[in-house]
Design a protein around this ligand. Structure first.
Ligand code: UD2
Length: 336
């Protein structure tokens, strides 16, 4: 029996269309990248987004996907999105530490309530597995490096609390309801399609855009804070592995998703000067509230449980990212 009927024509979604994969937050850069990889593999995909931070332009190239515009804080949207699917990649969130400091309630709603709604709908729809986008911010500002999964979480921003609550809900739904869940704790993901236009955007997207335009970038703090910046292809690769891995090995588990190396913002700025041709100096401004000093992952567990190894290193990823922004990728969306 063909469980997942494919749509019959190149235009529109036939009535028999049933997606095997749901990607939430599909108009965001991580969701978009996962959906593109699934479609390239010939999978049937449904995506959902409310465009609070996602961009319509990011859906260009994903026409083979069924798309639902809707908000996951609405249980009816979650039910529609989950109907018939086997795997959910839950990427939707209101990312950003400073955004959460400014609006903790909005972050809670779009991260915690939405995640709980997705889990309830997934369970009711008979979804097999939910793969969740966790955040390295869960570790907080503890000095021990690298961060290992067994360490006690110590979230220091509303965003970190909200993303961590989602992790707990995942594990709880596995234990209590038998729904398979896998948590990938992402460490500062970057790459093409990341929105560089908001002051809540990831630092590398902001820096690429500004430096390519010959504008000064601002470093918050002394620039000696460090991150395990993770190129998007590594995260996509890990998500596909997490969906396919045997349940007895990965269900109910949480693991770091990163590269296992770190770099300071000052060093990163210098590399970006080389890659973009920018020749000025950065401006320095006071540190942001809720900011973490150093972040570095131990990626041993993902290696053990998923067979994960980074597929693109930081410098190569940064080169590709700069090129994408240089070619005007932002807002165009058609460059894969
Ligand atoms: C946190 C998480 C990350 C992800 C992200 C989502 C940590 C260690 N990481 O990233 O995994 O969940 O949240 O938003 O908690 N900065 C500047 N200038 C700018 C913008 C940022 O200096 O114009 C600094 C910022 O103060 C921070 C660093 O760059 O020290 C990285 O900031 P970010 O917003 O890209 O990501 P971060 O680390 O808050």
């Amino acid at each position: 029996m063909l469980r997942y009927a494919r749509r019959s024509s190149g235009l529109g979604i036939g009535e028999d269309f049933v997606a095997k994969y749901l990607v939430t937050g599909v108009a965001g850069f991580i969701g978009r990248s996962i959906a593109a990889a699934l479609l390239a593999r010939g999978e049937t995909v449904r995506g959902v987004d409310n465009f609070i931070t996602g961009k319509r332009a990011n859906l260009v190239g994903l026409e083979a996907m069924e798309f639902i515009e809707g908000d996951l804080t609405d249980p009816a949207v979650c039910a529609r999105a989950c109907a018939g699917v086997e795997f959910v990649f839950h990427e939707a969130a209101l990312a950003s530490v400073p955004r959460s400091v400014a609006d903790p309630v909005g972050t809670n709603l779009n991260c915690v309530t939405a995640t709980l709604n997705v889990l309830v709908a997934a369970r009711e729809a008979g979804v097999r597995r939910v793969v969740y986008a966790g955040s390295s911010s869960a570790y907080g500002d503890t000095p021990t490096l690298p961060k290992q999964e067994a360490m006690l979480p110590n979230p220091i921003s509303p965003y970190a609390v909200a993303k961590l609550a989602g992790e707990h809900y995942m594990r709880c739904f596995t234990r209590v309801y038998g729904l398979e869940t896998v948590v990938l704790r992402y460490f500062n993901v970057f790459g093409p399609y990341q929105d560089p236009t908001s002051h809540y955007s990831g630092v590398l997207a902001i820096f690429c855009r500004r430096m390519l335009a010959g504008e000064q970038a601002t470093i918050f703090g002394d620039g000696e804070q460090s991150r395990d910046f993770t190129y998007i292809d590594n995260v996509v690769h890990a998500n596909l592995l997490a969906a396919a891995a045997p349940a007895d090995k990965v269900s109910g588990q949480m693991m770091n998703m990163a590269t296992g190396s770190r770099i300071t913002l000052n060093q990163t700025f210098r590399i970006l000067c080389e890659l973009t041709g920018y020749s000025g100096e950065p401006a320095y401004a006071p540190s942001r509230a809720g900011d973490i000093r150093d972040s570095l992952a131990d990626i041993g567990l993902a290696g053990e449980l998923l067979g994960y190894k980074p597929v693109v290193d930081f410098r190569t990823g940064l080169q590709r990212t700069v090129e994408w922004y240089r070619l005007g990728g932002e807002g165009i969306g058609s460059r894969a």
